[in-house]
Design a protein around this ligand. Sequence first.
Ligand code: GUN
Length: 284
Amino acid sequence: MAYKIINGKEISAAVKERIKKEVETLKNKGIGVGLAVILVGENPASKVYVANKKKACEELGIKSFEFKLPEQTTEEELISLIKKLNEDSEVNGILCQLPLPAHLDEGTVINTIVPEKDVDAFHPVNVGKIMIGDFDFLPCTPAGIMEMLAYMNIDVCGKECVVIGRSNIVGKPMAMLLLHKNATVTVCHSKTKDLKAVTSRADVLVSAVGRAGFVTADMVKEGAVVIDVGMNRNAENKLCGDVDFEAVAEKCSAITPVPGGVGPMTIAMLMQNTLTAAKKQNNI
Ligand code: GUN
């Protein structure tokens, strides 16, 4: 089957162009847009993500405030920094890169960020708002995936959508956004009994597992749309997703590559949330 590549680089560039123009318009009115990014410790993947977020801010005229804290930072120190940023009017969005070192409690840290500046949409207030469909911010990765589907004119209304993975960051909010668009949604996870039977029903299959080669061609329906959220290293240390791309692509109508698929979209949506935060905080 001839399949389409869903090009996250191209789609994110279009989203970022729109944001850049809006940031510029705000600037002309004397309103700056700022994002604070906190990184604790030395997680190599997190370092790359944070560097990419900073780069995107620079591209779009968003001021980035970077806080690189040592591994042994105490919870009190981290909380105290977040409280300061909550009060700082130059900072419209606050993001604390996860995972945190084991001695820091993610829940406590997330709950400290005021919901108005929670551009990850991880705070329980924002999670609750997403659940009822009355939200200010959407979680960046699922929002990026919805943006990709819209760009490709893929309407999920009434379709069978299957999400593999039930994390708070991707799987659960992904299911909710698909449901808001009237998809029939199934969430699979490590305890799912017959995974292949479920995934084979999917018109749209989203994989957020974190294991190279996890989704094989026999798990995919002919003509399905496959979205790969995985960011893994294979045996040759090459960056790859969850999906066995070469074999699965042949069965798909459309598929996201890794790299150059979901990743760039996540960052574009973070920029979108930061802009939304700035507008709301300035009553625009
Ligand atoms: N770690 C992996 N993905 C994310 C994300 O979207 N936001 C934050 N803060 N940490 C992450």
